[in-house]
Design a protein around this ligand. Structure first.
Ligand SMILES: C[S@@+](CC[C@H](N)C(=O)[O-])C[C@H]1O[C@@H](n2cnc3c(N)ncnc32)[C@H](O)[C@@H]1O
Length: 257
């Protein structure tokens, strides 16, 4: 019987190139905003950590703004891609490390910044990962979370989570704004800003990036086509199955000394 960890490896180990070239991941207002927020940190963070770095877009965006950034991911395929691309871009500040967010291989207070983008919905142990992020943050350190935001409306939320799981068997859950606020409160972090944007997912590339089997892609297309009007409107479903969930950004600070 295979585990969730097996599903993560099955989904990501061979897909690093697709994530490097993905326009959803390589650009976006959230990435620009992440740069602005980190650029506003004073003093400049000496050590930053990117949890679930994938092909490395967040780590690459933050690298010029920090002393060094560790790009962490359980997938060796992703880490090899990040190391090669960091080298190609001349980003000597980027290091890679194989691990999962739920168990971090550093002592307490090792980083001034812990960030994560489009990864937390894959973590089966989100509470443990949040506790680990809190543990490795230095007093006064900042935490940046970017992920697809679960809709507050239960009907829309159920449809979104269902198609996400059909597309990607390593999907666990998108969390809502309320859930993220509670998680941040739970580790004693103060939320400084929450922002959101619509993120258009073009159906064909969204499916091919994850290598979703054709039969499941057809089920997703059918579910979107038959979804109630409230769901189709909230997710802005288009005739070809493209749709637009929201990306949320949570920027928080843990207490200083
Ligand atoms: C969509 S990619 C991340 C995209 C990337 N952060 C960016 O900005 O382009 C999701 C990544 O989360 C990683 N992941 C899955 N489970 C994880 C876990 N428990 N801890 C850390 N990373 C995990 C996957 O291996 C995958 O590389």
């Amino acid at each position: 019987m295979s585990t969730h960890r097996d599903a993560v490896h099955a989904q990501f180990d061979a897909r690093a190139a697709a994530y490097l070239s993905s326009s959803v991941h390589a650009a976006g207002p959230d990435l620009q905003r992440a740069r602005e927020l980190v650029a506003g940190m004073s003093p400049r963070p000496a050590r930053a950590l990117d949890l679930g770095c994938g092909a490395g877009h967040l780590a690459f965006a933050l690298a010029p703004l920090v002393g060094s950034v560790v790009a962490l991911d359980p997938s060796d395929g992703m880490l090899a891609q990040v190391a090669a691309e960091a080298d190609r871009r001349g980003l000597g500040q980027v290091e890679t490390r194989r691990s999962a967010a739920e168990s971090l291989p550093w002592p307490d207070a090792s980083f001034e910044l812990v960030a994560t983008r489009y990864s937390a919905h894959h973590w089966s142990g989100l509470d443990a990962a949040m506790a680990e992020a809190r543990r490795v943050l230095a007093p006064g350190g900042h935490l940046l979370v970017i992920d697809i935001e679960a809709p507050a409306d239960a009907l829309v939320d159920t449809h979104l989570q269902a198609i996400e799981l059909l597309r990607d068997r390593s999907h666990v859950r998108n969390r809502s704004d309320l859930e993220w606020r509670a998680l941040l409160r739970g580790i004693g972090a103060e939320l400084l800003t929450m922002e959101r944007w619509g993120t258009r997912l073009e159906f064909a590339s969204w499916i091919s990036r994850m290598g979703t089997p054709q039969a499941k892609a057809e089920v997703i297309r059918g579910m979107l086509a038959e979804a109630p009007a409230e769901v189709r409107e909230a997710l802005r479903v288009e005739p070809d199955g493209s749709f637009q969930p929201r990306t949320g950004l949570w920027w928080a600070r843990i207490p200083g000394v």
